[in-house]
Ligand binder design. Sequence first.
Ligand code: PLP
Length: 404
Amino acid sequence: MGSQFLQVKEAPPVEVFLLSEECKADFDEHKVNLTVGAYRTNEGMPWVLPCVRSVELSMAADEKLNKEYLPITGMDSLVLSGIKLLLGVDNPLISSKKADGCQALGGTGALYLALQFLVRVMKCTVVYVSDPTWPNHRGISSLVGLEVRSYKYWDTEARGLCFTGMVKDLKEAPEGAVVILHACAHNPTGMDLDKSQWTEIAAVIKERKLFTLFDIAYQGFASGDLDRDAWAVRLFASQEMELLIAQSFSKNFGLYNERVGNLIFITKDPEITAHVKSQVKCLVRQTWSNPPQHGGRVVATILNCPALYQEWKSDVNIMAQRVLQMRQLLYEKLRELGTPGTWDHIIKQIGMFSFTGLTKAQAEFMRSAHHIYLMNDGRINMCGLTTHNIDYVAHGIDDTLRKI
Ligand code: PLP
């Protein structure tokens, strides 16, 4: 008998991992990896935050810690401290128990749970994602059976936000549609809404009776200020809007491979919130049964210890400031070189990424001629830039734009 899997076609690779592999296999001494969304130091190295290391050391020495299963919804101390970080410690939604959550496998796991909940329990059928967006928004949405539509977000010509297009598309969305919003540091464009624009979007969502699903994967990374980056979520929450929020700790704790996240839900009534939690619990039981402990305990320990929390806050700020410094430097170098085009968007954008405006052909040329790896849509990870390689990258961009 031949293979029963003969009809299985090879799936397309995930671009960001493929390009990273290609970069690893490139032996050119000048190569630069600007693809994958992870922090790098100015020496181009991954950074395990010192507060994370010290908690891990004490966990390893703690004989009271065992390997028993966690509850299905995870560690309450993590869930609650994550909610406080997002909404602010004194937010009445916490004391009234209108807000609660469930530990998840990273931001991705939280998004998956949220979208499953919206399909299975809320019977939603349509989701709106920004155009462009982080590819997994589309991927997970279609996996769970939602029809994926997009709302305009980026104006290619102006290299900036297309707010009127966004409002128009959301105003035309059918009642009950889900809208995924990047709470801060929009991936891939790095362009966020300002306060008055967020206020307008909140009004449209209320008027059109849409479901809001916030994705917050970069709290602290955007501005260096944890409260400032949570502003949009807090605004919606203060207007008594019911929300689902997928919170990731991968970037702001540098815990990429530990898979720590939190699905937060806010409703108008503590009893309804408890019902939501019970349904999410069923979904978890049938998906990963219960979450892993290690990374979640690291995050919970840091968030619940005032001294460690202060240390972590300053580490987040170090990461954010390094990114801001790289933005400024790249902008200045391109201006100095007189590189064709305008480059103000580099310093207007915030967060880990910059949407450079380079085309697919230009990105390919950057790789083949200069060994500089960026995404085909022109997105670069600002953390891949260092004071050692920034000249080389700026010259690479300059050369590419003059030739392609
Ligand atoms: N949401 C956005 C916008 C992201 O960029 C990412 C990671 O790149 C995530 C969610 C998921 O993060 P995690 O690694 O915690 O699953």
